[in-house]
Design a protein around this ligand. Structure first.
Ligand code: HEC
Ligand code: HEC
Ligand code: HEC
Ligand code: HEC
Ligand code: HEC
Length: 236
């Protein structure tokens, strides 16, 4: 399903881009190559799934929008800036000890703060463990929060409206001339990638976006284990 959404989103954006370009009469391919989608950051997902229900109905619009709070008030850099912190109730109570104290959500916050309970925010953006990602690298290169998360300060609920799947990452990397080799984002046996006879990256990528059950469940390790024998394993 996620794969379908990704492909659909890439396709829609690519078609929109084509429509803006001079009509050259070129036949649009069914699956646009990653990197052909023009945007200032990660591509926008056409129909993002609704955001999750959070333990407390927190609104970025109220706080970061109307209240003009800076993002790093609540999301200060953690792990030397690779990740950002998710706020806990003690932080919220700096204001909510006095603001809207009669509201059920705020009473829940007060309880959590008093009992040192961890608020289990349901995560919206998440990359799998085999992907290397660091906020610091990106914000250091001038990327804005909105490039990858959309207009957060206008949102009551955060949903995954930006495509940060592999296609979305590579799309922006291509635009900004950032590296796109597989080992940029995956720690792998890079020697393996140097072996002659391995299909080109575009062939690998085409295989990845093919929605077959086999590729869907394929772990990255199995994927790379298959690489030396592309000819005998490529037809499903
Ligand atoms: C280049 C894209 C990109 C940019 C720019 C970016 N983010 Fe992220 N953000 C991500 C990705 C990818 C994840 C998931 C990271 C993971 O799972 O480790 C994430 C996760 C998060 C999280 C959850 C905590 C975490 O670190 O995993 C928060 C909060 C967040 N981003 C806020 C921000 C804020 C605030 C900014 C601007 C200062 C920002 N992001 C800029 C891509 C980006
Ligand atoms: C800088 C002060 C400040 C901080 C810090 C703060 N808030 Fe708020 N919050 C406000 C203000 C102001 C309102 C608007 C109150 C109103 O509309 O009556 C609000 C409203 C809310 C509401 C809506 C209450 C209701 O039902 O009307 C919730 C829920 C909420 N905040 C949760 C949080 C959470 C969770 C945190 C910590 C992650 C937090 N807030 C941190 C100032 C703050
Ligand atoms: C008052 C505290 C507060 C401020 C200020 C704040 N956030 Fe958040 N942020 C939260 C809380 C609480 C959550 C978890 C609940 C949710 O997803 O709405 C969150 C979640 C997020 C997420 C989803 C992370 C994930 O992977 O689940 C992103 C992205 C994010 N914030 C970006 C921003 C950006 C960008 C700004 C500045 C424009 C900002 N936040 C300002 C409290 C804050
Ligand atoms: C908004 C555009 C944008 C998006 C979206 C984006 N990146 Fe990047 N990324 C960059 C730029 C620009 C650099 C180069 C930074 C530099 O060289 O200083 C970079 C660098 C990196 C690097 C370090 C490369 C190196 O060797 O220095 C990694 C790893 C990386 N990105 C992973 C990811 C992953 C994983 C995603 C998707 C979850 C992603 N990026 C999404 C723009 C983006
Ligand atoms: C700019 C970052 C980036 C680059 C470059 C990159 N990947 Fe990925 N890759 C990702 C991200 C992010 C995911 C996780 C996607 C998700 O969670 O939907 C991923 C997932 C995967 C998976 C898991 C299966 C799947 O389809 O989700 C495989 C296999 C994979 N990548 C192989 C490759 C190969 C082969 C290359 C080189 C052609 C490559 N990657 C280059 C970011 C990247």
């Amino acid at each position: 399903m996620r794969r379908f959404l990704l492909i659909a989103a890439l396709l829609c954006t690519a078609l929109a881009v084509r429509a803006q370009d001079a009509p050259t009469g070129a036949t649009p391919s069914t699956a646009p190559a990653p990197g052909t989608v023009a945007s200032s950051g990660a591509p926008t997902v056409a129909n993002p799934p609704p955001g999750p229900t959070q333990p407390v109905a927190f609104s970025h619009k109220k706080h970061a929008g109307d209240g003009k709070m800076a993002c790093d008030n609540c999301h200060e850099p953690a792990r030397t800036g690779a990740t950002l912190a998710m706020p806990q109730a003690q932080k919220c109570m700096l204001c909510h000890a006095a603001i809207a104290t009669d509201k059920p959500d705020i009473k829940r916050l007060a309880d959590a703060a008093q009992n040192n309970q961890i608020l289990q925010w349901t995560r919206v953006y998440r990359v799998p463990s085999f992907v290397t990602f660091s906020h610091k690298t990106h914000t250091g290169a001038g990327a804005q929060c909105e490039d990858c998360h959309g207009p957060v300060a206008e949102r009551e609920v955060i949903s995954r409206e930006k495509d940060l799947s592999m296609g979305g990452c590579i799309s922006c990397h291509t635009q900004k001339s950032a590296p796109t080799g597989c080992d940029t984002c995956h720690q792998l046996n890079s020697v393996r990638l140097q072996v002659p006879g391995i299909p080109s990256e575009s062939v690998l990528l085409a295989r990845l976006t093919r929605p077959s059950p086999a590729s869907k469940d394929m772990s990255i390790h199995r994927f790379f284990a298959e690489l030396p024998l592309p000819q005998t394993t490529s037809t499903p």
